[in-house]
Design a protein around this ligand. Sequence first.
Ligand code: NAD
Length: 288
Amino acid sequence: MSAKIIDGKRLSQEVRGECQARAARLAEKGTQPGLAVVIVGDNPASIVYVRNKAKACSETGIYSEVHEFPENADQDEVIGRIQELNRNPGIHGILVQLPLPRHFDSSRVIESVAVEKDVDGFHLYNIGALVTGSSIFPPCTPNGVMKMLEKYDIPIEGQHAVIVGRSNIVGKPMALMLLQKGATVTICTSRTRNLSEHTSRADILIVAAGRPCLVTAMMVKPGATVIDVGINRLPDGKLAGDVDFESVKEKAGYITPVPGGVGPMTIAMLLCNTVVAAEQAHARLQGN
Ligand code: NAD
């Protein structure tokens, strides 16, 4: 049996179309959604991500601006710029591209973003809201995964979800969102003993470890839904996920490809969060 492919590219176009329509409606009322991206240093992957985000904004009718700082930038100067953006009424979302250089305290920089503009959902307030199940801006990558499960009618309640990876931006918020929807959740890390014992019990397996080919067919339950969050640049320049796609697709029920899976959904969810932030700002202006 060959798995059904979850087409993140197609689905992201659908979500982006909805965002575009909402952005246009808002612009007609006088508020064009605006996103500011702050990038420090010249990490090649970050530069590509920022470029892709800016392009996606312009295709969706969202104004965007990029604030670039050199690798040796002063943290207070960056925070100062974020505070200016917090006060700027034309900017509804602020995104700090991670990772920041080593001499930065990433938490301090993220906490300097106004909660109502935290479209990445990494501010402590938004993380806390996620814990209590009332998030305003759910983090984009796990939210994109949830959208995929929803759109493909993959049941979550009562299912056993296993997540490989416990980062603050993917693994942990992913676990909270699945828990909120009634899944039984297991989180595995690099310290987990006998990883395959856990992964092979998953109805929904989400892999976000950053290790190419970490998950092979023998680690997957027949018919499982396998979501590959990993993006790894191989020595030959090609992109690969964390899942051995060719073997696993013969055993899984559903599977996401890399590229064309979770990646495009992450950007689509960022656009959604930015439109929501702009809608909320517009409503505040109207006194609603
Ligand atoms: P991270 O390095 O912060 O965290 C990786 C996690 O994986 C850690 O918790 C670690 O314990 C775990 N891990 C590592 N090796 C393991 C192993 N052998 N067995 C079990 N667990 C292991 O990474 P991250 O920021 O969460 O990103 C993970 C991957 O997802 C990366 O490839 C990244 O590029 C990708 N990513 C993709 C998107 C997207 O939009 N598709 C977004 C964010 C991250």
